[in-house]
Design a protein around this ligand. Sequence first.
Ligand SMILES: *[C@@H]1O[C@H](CO)[C@@H](O)[C@H](O)[C@H]1NC(C)=O
Ligand SMILES: *[C@@H]1O[C@H](CO)[C@@H](O)[C@H](O)[C@H]1NC(C)=O
Ligand SMILES: *[C@@H]1O[C@H](CO)[C@@H](O)[C@H](O)[C@H]1NC(C)=O
Ligand SMILES: *[C@@H]1O[C@H](CO)[C@@H](O)[C@H](O)[C@H]1NC(C)=O
Ligand SMILES: *[C@@H]1O[C@H](CO)[C@@H](O)[C@H](O)[C@H]1NC(C)=O
Ligand SMILES: *[C@@H]1O[C@H](CO)[C@@H](O)[C@H](O)[C@H]1NC(C)=O
Ligand SMILES: *[C@@H]1O[C@H](CO)[C@@H](O)[C@H](O)[C@H]1NC(C)=O
Ligand SMILES: *[C@@H]1O[C@H](CO)[C@@H](O)[C@H](O)[C@H]1NC(C)=O
Ligand SMILES: *[C@@H]1O[C@H](CO)[C@@H](O)[C@H](O)[C@H]1NC(C)=O
Ligand SMILES: *[C@@H]1O[C@H](CO)[C@@H](O)[C@H](O)[C@H]1NC(C)=O
Ligand SMILES: *[C@@H]1O[C@H](CO)[C@@H](O)[C@H](O)[C@H]1NC(C)=O
Ligand SMILES: *[C@@H]1O[C@H](CO)[C@@H](O)[C@H](O)[C@H]1NC(C)=O
Length: 850
Amino acid sequence: MRTTSVSLLSCFLCYYLIYLSICFSVASAKCFQDEQLLLLQLQNNLTFKLEHSTKLKLWNQSIDCCNWSGVTCDDEGHVIGLDLSGELITGGFDDSSAVFSLQHLQTLRASNTSFFGQFPHSIGNMRHLSVLDFSYCQFNGTLPYSLSNLTELSYLDLSFNNFTGQIPSFDMAKKLRRLDLSHNGLSGAIPSSLFTLPLLQRIQLSHNQFNQLDEFINVSSSILNTLDLSNNDLLGPFPTSIFLLSKLSVLLLSSNEFSGSIHLNKLFKLEHLTTLDLSYSKLSVNVNVTNVVLVSFPNFRILRLASCSLKTFPGFLRNQSKLAFLDLSDNQIQGIVPNWIWKLQNLQSLNISHNLLTHLEGPLHNITSKLSVLDLHLNKFQGPIPVFLENAIYLDYSSNKFSSLIPRDIGNYLSFTVFLSLSNNTLHGNIPTFLCNASYLEVLDLSINNISGTIPSCLMKMSKTLRVLNLRNNSITGPIPDTFPASNALRTLDLHQNKLDGKIPKSLANCIALEVLDLGRNNIADVFPCFLKNISTLRVLVLQKNKLYGNIGCPNTNGIWQMLQVVDLSFNNFSGKIPGKSFTRWKAMISDENKVKSISNQIWFQFQQLGEDIYYQDSVNVKVINEDVQLELVKFFITSTSVDFSFNHFEGSIPEELMNFKSLNALNLSNNALSGKIPSSIGKLRNLESLDLSQNSLSGEIPMQLGSLSFLSSLNLSFNYLVGKIPPRGQLTTFPTSSFVGNVGLLNGNPNGKEVEDLLKGNPNGKEVEDQSQEECNSFSCKIDWNFISVEVGVFFGLGFVYAPLLLSERWKIWYWKLTHKILCCIFPQLQFEYVRNRGQTYTVLRWQH
Ligand SMILES: *[C@@H]1O[C@H](CO)[C@@H](O)[C@H](O)[C@H]1NC(C)=O
Ligand SMILES: *[C@@H]1O[C@H](CO)[C@@H](O)[C@H](O)[C@H]1NC(C)=O
Ligand SMILES: *[C@@H]1O[C@H](CO)[C@@H](O)[C@H](O)[C@H]1NC(C)=O
Ligand SMILES: *[C@@H]1O[C@H](CO)[C@@H](O)[C@H](O)[C@H]1NC(C)=O
Ligand SMILES: *[C@@H]1O[C@H](CO)[C@@H](O)[C@H](O)[C@H]1NC(C)=O
Ligand SMILES: *[C@@H]1O[C@H](CO)[C@@H](O)[C@H](O)[C@H]1NC(C)=O
Ligand SMILES: *[C@@H]1O[C@H](CO)[C@@H](O)[C@H](O)[C@H]1NC(C)=O
Ligand SMILES: *[C@@H]1O[C@H](CO)[C@@H](O)[C@H](O)[C@H]1NC(C)=O
Ligand SMILES: *[C@@H]1O[C@H](CO)[C@@H](O)[C@H](O)[C@H]1NC(C)=O
Ligand SMILES: *[C@@H]1O[C@H](CO)[C@@H](O)[C@H](O)[C@H]1NC(C)=O
Ligand SMILES: *[C@@H]1O[C@H](CO)[C@@H](O)[C@H](O)[C@H]1NC(C)=O
Ligand SMILES: *[C@@H]1O[C@H](CO)[C@@H](O)[C@H](O)[C@H]1NC(C)=O
């Protein structure tokens, strides 16, 4: 009895243990051992950074692999999904990778990883694969043809890689719903069989180099709703088969090389179409849509017909009540903008820039429009500035013929405005203080007008939000208000060519984000603005043509202007030595060219529209204005670096520190009183394209190293006291005589040498003539760089007698110019020479000063 009970008990215990162990093993065997091993092998083979890993690094042998981050199993415990997206993986993914042995895998995602090289062909082994996403990786080479074997594929995303070559056939992928191969280097023909895949809804092949799209047939049952072939090299006439894709909602064909024309009438069967972009496709679009087709005509939400050879304003738009974004820019539309356009109740963005439009049809009162982006730039609009949109965020009226005062009540219409450009019109009068009511304004551009009066001091106070203030080329007078608030956002302050006087305001030092400061061509009388030294973001400093004076050395120059790329102090009264020590901190100049680019020398701003939500039209969600139209600042690039200290009274030698500016493209120290030798370390300025040291008192020989500057295309060493031979090296042999004249001690040393001597003989007074002329006229307008007189001069004045001699020899050119200039200078005191830099060339142009 006892034994039985004991044995029963032990049996029971035994069972219990077995049960437990079964339970345990069932729990832990959820993931198949062999698959777990494969995953571990994969983890072992991939190279990834532990600190950036959120998934792979947590894969742990002692945890069931179905619980690992990024791994999905089916009910049986087979691994069916693997998602490594966002892990910074490199390498370790090739045909032998353990992934390809996971026979049950249905989903494989690894976007935003750093995989590179050829995509493994073994992908064709994965018969059950339905989702494949390796977008935003760095694969190159051709797409593996074995992709054709994936018959279960429903979603394929290999966008944003560097794949090249043709695309494989997807004829077998009958279940494919979405294909995204955009942003690669794929080429050849787009297979027309794609369009016959019965379940395909979305094809995205934009930003490749496809050049052929054949007509296709048998697509009546196609359920394709998105076709994006933009930014390719597609040739030939518009593929009319597209009109048969009756479920199409989004059609993007912009930026291609099509030919011929298309009549929008043909779209009448595409009643689901909401987005159409034919911009820059080289197609000429006929927009004369006849009433007959309007019944089933698409109701667009986004319509882009930029550069489509439109001649008239498309009348059919009047019935497009759902239209939200309209781009008709870069066409030849003439005449008036019809008034009904403002009554399209959903219109948010209208771009009619770059046309031949002259008027907005009135009346423009009491218009209630959602329109928040209006771009009218580069047309022929006349009359007063139209301000009538209460919800405007972005207003570009630049480069027209608007001529009026800036309207007094403008501030009432700028409650939400972020960008306002009235540049390049003929506006006059003062800057109204009402402008300061625009409390969200980030960019205000009033440049190139006839605006006069003083700058309202409230404008400077706006720089709490204002990022760009451009008042360039106007007739604004008075001092710059000293009212820049503490902590402000100003990046660009451009007051170039006005009539400002007074001093550089001390509160400018508050602009600690300033990148561009251009006060050139004013009447500012002050010392060098050392107090701006804490603006570490400064890239461009132009103080040219003012009445600035004194030394330019700053005491305690810690951290001064490390980003500086363009410095123009020319035509001032600066004096003393050029302070070499200050330059050691201009890091952007010192760094190698590549590094400068990687600091990304971006300075100017332009707005771009975002958030158009192109791919999600089906889920009709017309958002509120301010969220839908997002604006982003896009920056331009400044690629050149230059230093211009010309036409001052600097003395002493050329500082050795200047020779460390490896990224410098142009250096102009001409017309000063510099002495000593040209440093032989000048050979370090490897990127130098233009060098002007003329009209100084430099002595010694021309250093050999100058000949090693391979980009040097403009050189002027004339009128110094240089001696010896012109080194017969590299670039130096290619410069004309005029680069060296006026150096009495310079001897025949190269093929040009003979000519130099001749020239000096022929014009023995060389330097003296110049000195006299300076004394006689004694103004800036009479100091010229004789040797870079451009042919523009003659054209500018239509003075045949001036132009003709320029065609003669260099010698005559210079001699004649000295003479004529002397005469002209005394006859016309307004005459003025100015430096123009164009593609690395510095040359002088005669300008009439108003
Ligand atoms: C992957 O790792 C295993 C050992 O874990 C090794 O035998 C195999 O060669 C590796 N494969 C690759 C492609 O690195
Ligand atoms: C794996 O998990 C066990 C238990 O949770 C833990 O003790 C061990 O440290 C982990 N190993 C690694 C490499 O994270
Ligand atoms: C594994 O996942 C299951 C269900 O999600 C959970 O209950 C269990 O705690 C997890 N085990 C581990 C070790 O994380
Ligand atoms: C991958 O990166 C791109 C660009 O950085 C981003 O737009 C996208 O959302 C990322 N995708 C994933 C899955 O992280
Ligand atoms: C793809 O299928 C073809 C036959 O349909 C076969 O010859 C080829 O080996 C397969 N490729 C791969 C990588 O599986
Ligand atoms: C991919 O191509 C782009 C443009 O062709 C290039 O700039 C980039 O360096 C390439 N990336 C790789 C990883 O090859
Ligand atoms: C792919 O990129 C690698 C470097 O990432 C390069 O060595 C190889 O030549 C490239 N292959 C092709 C076909 O461009
Ligand atoms: C068009 O489709 C039909 C049936 O769907 C098929 O019989 C015919 O061969 C197809 N024609 C072409 C040219 O593919
Ligand atoms: C538009 O088409 C209609 C009918 O074909 C024609 O009468 C009309 O003149 C056309 N209008 C323009 C501006 O071409
Ligand atoms: C188009 O709009 C005009 C005026 O708004 C209207 O008279 C006309 O009936 C509309 N046509 C269609 C087809 O809706
Ligand atoms: C604008 O509308 C108001 C009332 O809504 C009206 O009093 C005024 O006369 C209108 N102005 C013009 C110019 O139509
Ligand atoms: C000013 O406008 C004219 C056309 O009116 C244009 O040709 C010129 O390029 C514009 N200048 C600038 C600087 O935008």
